[in-house]
Design a protein around this ligand. Structure first.
Ligand SMILES: *[C@@H]1O[C@H](CO)[C@@H](O)[C@H](O)[C@H]1NC(C)=O
Length: 286
């Protein structure tokens, strides 16, 4: 009896493993389109790897085929190595129109050996100005690392390798719009921004180092897919998955504080010069 039970258990575990694996090995050919760059964006390795490239004449970019309305979305990125000063790799979710919502990761390159800045922002109803910037606790060009966006009705949580770096709470109760009805696509692009990116535009792109390359792999989305004209894949009352009701628990809160204390470069919520009349309401959410 016991051995029958354990055989059944083994089969069940194998089944769970196979099913969950089939979600993990998402394929760039199925999920994304290269949208610009005239051949500079490439899908390689049977759809497991995507690369963007930038040279003096153009950058490149891609976007997801699906639009999402809430989800937990992971992507592994390996950023432009060596002298990447002046380059920006943007990885973000965005809806369309003049009152769009957007959740941004932007990686600002630097001279060899000098740190990248991870720039983040949240736009709601077309209004951003909510920048927070971080150094990373590793070299983001040496290996792939996982950059995640958790977006549910309570919060937007930015994480790096599972460590939360920024929380944007739903502050609708204080009159701050929250992205909750405009589906967003995943976008990424590699472009030249040497007018502002590195040390505020002081360091220019060294085109003798081109082409600059950023790489992507292991995309994974547990998300509600919104297809125009049909109901969300999660149904009317949202998803029953854990991410839908996830909040920042105390151990995550501690890691978030560690990052903010040791790696935060800029926080609009403490830039008193910029907000002499008082900080935006979402800054005082406790
Ligand atoms: C580049 O390196 C300089 C010098 O360490 C640093 O001040 C700056 O924050 C770094 N990052 C960017 C994107 O400028």
């Amino acid at each position: 009896m016991a051995s029958l039970l354990s055989t059944n258990l083994a089969i069940l575990l194998l089944f769970v493993y196979l099913v969950s694996n089939s979600f993990v090995s998402a394929n760039f050919y199925n999920d994304f389109d290269i949208t610009w760059g005239d051949g500079r964006g490439k899908i390689l390795d049977n759809g497991n790897l995507l690369t963007l490239s930038l040279d003096k004449s153009s950058g490149s970019g891609f976007e997801s085929r699906n639009e999402y309305l809430f989800g937990k979305i992971d992507m592994q990125l390996k950023l432009v190595s060596g002298n990447s000063a002046g380059t920006v790799t943007a990885y973000y979710l965005s809806s369309k129109g003049t009152k769009w919502d957007e959740i941004d990761f932007e990686f600002l390159g630097n001279l060899s050996g000098d740190p990248y800045i991870l720039h983040t922002n949240v736009f709601t109803q077309g209004k951003g100005n909510r920048e927070q910037q971080f150094y990373l606790w590793f070299d983001p060009t040496a290996d792939f690392h996982t950059y995640s966006i958790l977006w549910n009705p309570q919060l937007i949580l930015f994480s790096v390798d599972g460590i939360p770096i920024r929380e944007f709470k739903n502050a609708e109760s204080k009159g701050v719009p929250f992205p909750n009805n405009q589906p967003m696509r995943i976008h990424s692009s590699l472009w030249n921004a040497d007018d502002w990116a590195t040390r505020g535009g002081l360091v220019k792109t060294d085109w003798s180092q081109a082409p600059f390359i950023a790489s992507y792999r292991n995309f994974n989305a547990e998300a509600c897919v919104a297809k125009p004209g049909s109901p969300s894949s999660c149904g009317g009352s949202g998803s029953t998955a854990l991410w839908w009701s996830e909040v920042v628990d105390s151990s995550k809160q501690e890691r978030l504080k560690w990052v903010q204390k040791n790696y935060m470069v800029y926080n609009y919520c403490s830039d008193s010069k910029r907000f002499p009349q008082g900080y935006p309401p979402e800054c005082n959410m406790g």
